[in-house]
Design a binder for this molecule. Structure first.
Ligand code: CMC
Length: 428
């Protein structure tokens, strides 16, 4: 008779233990009862980089990495990307259901009327050097916002959490756009409440002398890219938001930790690295030599590979289509040809096939952002803009989860045993 338990024999002692299985998972804490004697701390699991450890239960995003499936709250990413607006997706991720007309109107209205930032934030931004990386500016400024909203510390009040989410959703595009203008030495363009979320952001980045002629195809392309980045379950930056947020700190501080994690080249910084890589390759004839260098361990093929996807990243498929729509408007970027050829060669090469390395979300997104007129160091900021609703939804889920406590992993100590302190004069 089958039973939902796992029987473990400890060969050190010959003792048998029965551990319950729920959702094909055992609880690591149940292993603590496995001891060689009463003084023993008990068995732990060792899982660097959390390769096989579920740290939470989540109802937000489903990924099947082997089959290339991604769903937000049960809705397939392909349908969401085709039909939803970014703010609808943000609402869906945060509240679990697609909004009614009245709900989306209220959500959009609230976000629209919180887009301004305190003028001291501008003074704060002016303190950054002219060549400061916009991601560094963004993470510092969002962290700084926590000092403007001390009420945000009340993280256990649902109404308060909602206000802080609206503030973050509304102000992050404003601050992101200010970082963009700072890098270019342009005066800051203030939010316009007559424009929609994407239109307002594009206007704040590109408007010159108060004028910008929006291109609806490029604006929808940007919106789709943000939707595709909106959540991706327990990735590095989301885990950072959850871990930092688990200390009970305000959401501005927790989100700035997420931005810091996203900044890294193995995470959100990969889209910037892809463009640098394409620049370095330069021409199609140099691709084979580059692929050889990657296979010999010299470089990584940036924009390829994923911890979870072991088939084509569904977001990369959708982004490739967006790339064609954008290039029809802006003219072909020669780097696209290099990227397509790189992808073709890599997908036929045994090194990449055997390791199940396929293009990920970042492989084509940088090319699109560049075609839209954004400089490479701004790409990760756009990723952050897209990922914000996911960070907020995951933060809320963590706060309201009765099983969660402050994140605090264990370690296996590998250092010296106890020894006596040696005074400086006696050290050799
Ligand atoms: N180019 C060449 N080889 C690679 C690559 C790559 N991009 N990615 C993985 N490998 C190899 C790796 O060398 C290893 O080979 P071996 O078994 O011979 O040692 C094997 O594939 C497994 O790699 P891993 O590093 O153990 O895999 P991981 O799950 O720890 O890493 C990753 C995932 C995304 C960090 C990695 O694939 C990578 O560095 N990719 C390039 C950076 C990138 O595009 N990042 C964006 C990820 S998607 C957006 C996001 O979520 O932020």
């Amino acid at each position: 008779m089958a039973s939902d338990t796992l029987t473990i024999t400890d060969n050190r002692t010959g003792t048998l233990y029965e551990v319950p299985i729920t959702d094909d998972t055992i609880r690591a804490i149940d292993l603590r009862k496995i001891k060689v004697n009463a003084d023993d701390f008990g068995m732990m699991t060792y899982d660097p980089a959390f390769m096989n450890t579920a740290a939470c239960r989540s109802a937000i995003t489903f990924i099947d990495g082997d089959r290339g499936i991604l769903r937000y709250r049960g809705y397939p990413i392909e349908q969401v990307a085709e039909q939803a607006s970014f703010l609808e997706v943000a609402y869906l991720l945060n509240y679990g259901e697609l909004p009614t007309k009245a709900e989306i109107d209220a959500w959009e209205h609230d976000i629209r009327y919180h887009t301004y930032v305190h003028t001291n934030v501008i003074k704060f931004l002016e303190g950054f050097r002219y060549d400061a990386h916009p991601m560094g500016m963004l993470l510092g400024t969002i962290g700084g916002l926590s000092t403007f909203y001390p009420d945000a510390k009340d993280v256990h009040d649902p109404a308060n959490r909602k206000i802080q989410k609206i503030r973050l959703m509304a102000k992050l595009p404003t601050i992101a756009a200010f970082c963009f203008r700072h890098s270019r030495g342009l005066p800051y363009e203030f939010p316009r409440n007559d424009l929609d979320y994407i239109g307002n952001f594009v206007n704040m980045t590109f408007s010159i002398g108060g004028k910008h002629e929006p291109n609806p195809v490029l604006q929808r392309a940007l919106e789709i890219l943000l939707i595709l980045h909106a959540d991706h379950e327990q990735n590095c930056s989301t885990s950072a938001v959850r871990a930092v947020g688990s200390s009970g700190v305000d959401p501005f501080s927790a989100v700035s930790a997420g931005i810091a994690a996203l900044y890294g080249p193995l995470h959100g910084g990969a889209n910037e690295a892809v463009l640098q890589m394409l620049d370095e390759i330069g021409t199609k004839d140099r691709i084979p030599a580059f692929i050889e260098a990657v296979k010999n361990g010299g470089d990584r093929l940036m924009g390829f590979g994923h911890r979870v996807y072991k088939s084509y990243d569904p977001r990369a498929k959708l982004i490739k289509q967006v790339a064609y729509d954008v290039f029809q408007q802006t003219g072909l970027n020669p780097k696209l040809e290099i990227a397509l050829e790189l992808e073709r060669i890599a997908l036929e090469d045994d090194y990449f096939i055997s390791r199940k390395l396929y293009p990920n979300v970042d492989f084509y997104s940088g090319l699109i952002y560049q075609a839209m007129g954004y400089p490479t160091d701004f790409f990760t900021v756009l990723f952050a803009l897209g990922r914000l609703p996911g960070w907020l939804a995951q933060w809320e889920e963590m706060i309201t989860d009765k099983e969660q406590k402050i994140a605090r992993p264990r370690q296996i100590y590998t250092g010296e045993d106890a020894r006596d302190f040696v005074p400086l004069v006696m050290r050799k």
